[in-house]
Design a protein around this ligand. Sequence first.
Ligand SMILES: *Cc1c(COP(=O)(O)O)cnc(C)c1O
Length: 492
Amino acid sequence: MKYSSTRDFSKEYSASEAIARGLAPDGGLFVPCELPHITPLELAALAEKNYPMRAAYVMSLFLDEFSIEELEDYCCKAYSHSRFDGEPAPVVKRGEDLYLELWHGPTCAFKDMALQMLPRLLPASMKKSGQREKALILTATSGDTGKAALEGFCDVEDTEIVVFYPENGVSDVQKLQMTTQRGSNVHVQAVRGNFDDAQNGVKRILNDPEVAAAVEARGRRFTSANSINWGRLLPQIAYYLSAYLDCVRLGEIKFDDELNFCVPTGNFGNILAAYYAKCIGVPIGRLICASNANNVLTDFILTGKYDRNRAFHTTISPSMDILISSNLERLLCHLSGDPVKVKGFMDDLNCKGEYLVGSELKSQIGELFWADFCDDADTKQTIARVWTESNYLLDPHTAVATTVKQKYFTSTGDSRKTVIVSTANPYKFCSAVISAIEGGSASGGVELIDRLSELTGTTPPPQLASLKDAQVRFKGSCSPEDMSQIVLNFLK
Ligand SMILES: *Cc1c(COP(=O)(O)O)cnc(C)c1O
């Protein structure tokens, strides 16, 4: 199983090189050169297995340098009951809707599904590909990735991690989750600016030859824990396969029936994993791409034109507040099979902020995907409705998907079953959820966790409830210009 860059098929890499590097040297993303396939018989056999065994099987299809025993060991540890409260990725039915709950991990967001696995894959990939330097992971976060990466890499040998977050761009719960992080190989820094400032700062550091030389002199090499890393995408394919088998077990579909998924989307990583699951042979129908007011993907899927030249909206679903969906590049690569074309699109995006795909590519995308968006008012209305009708609390990201799923059903009449992918525990976004249920606006910090609990009679996850007593380790903030100095100080 070989990998290449989305922008150049002439060089091939092993899986371990792709994971250790994170990003291809030409700036492209690593993709598998060929996609594996499983037969219906092989799929059916996995119904007897538990989640870690299903995940190990899926990953083994893409990682021929790892033995199945190695992967089973990683998966048993990553998805164990000491890290996940119960099943890692259960499908639940509430009212008429099916939800795939992906937030039972240590940080209460779906990022845990991959970021409990990457810290096992990455050091192993470094060894297998002969890298001697330690990994230095740089991450800019709008909230969920940062904490999940910190928790995953905390005290993992041969790795160090620095997380930058926008000082006023994350929820109070998210901020405390990060600033109270334990571990001797972690550093967390607030940046005075928005998410783009933090993200651009990270990119500047990665492209600065002086910083790279200083880092190398200290025996370290940069890599990424963002979903541009193949090692983060791969573990996500497993839960789509697993959810399919669970829907058969629950009697929602018959084996071989097609199942749709509706995914709240930002960087296009989660929904792309569903596309890979379909490619390898899981009977998946439509992939419904749900966005908030930052609806650049809705427009793209509808028109074939990707246009990031538009206002950026700060919404109550902040993990989807994004104008450049990096993983779309992988989809364009698989569908077109043409790295020159992909490079052209990405150059256009860089220079002009937009690109246009041809009619053939557009219609291929339209057959696989459907897209729509909703604003904050509709999101809150859905949270309130589902709470009243089904006594089930949705976080704002999942509520966006629930709203869009309804729109899909109304406008297409598609009768296939559709699973809504639920990406965060509602207690991570207390103020939006309280305001949706009570009306008005709810301001306040982590004390809102208790308010939400009293209001709904639900129990907050212990790792969030205990935040108010946790000790803050990382204080203060820096300007975007000082970010590289922060990294160098951390290495001393
Ligand atoms: C990251 C995130 C998303 C968006 O996922 P992508 O893979 O970036 O499309 C949606 N919901 C939540 C809660 C997230 O943390």
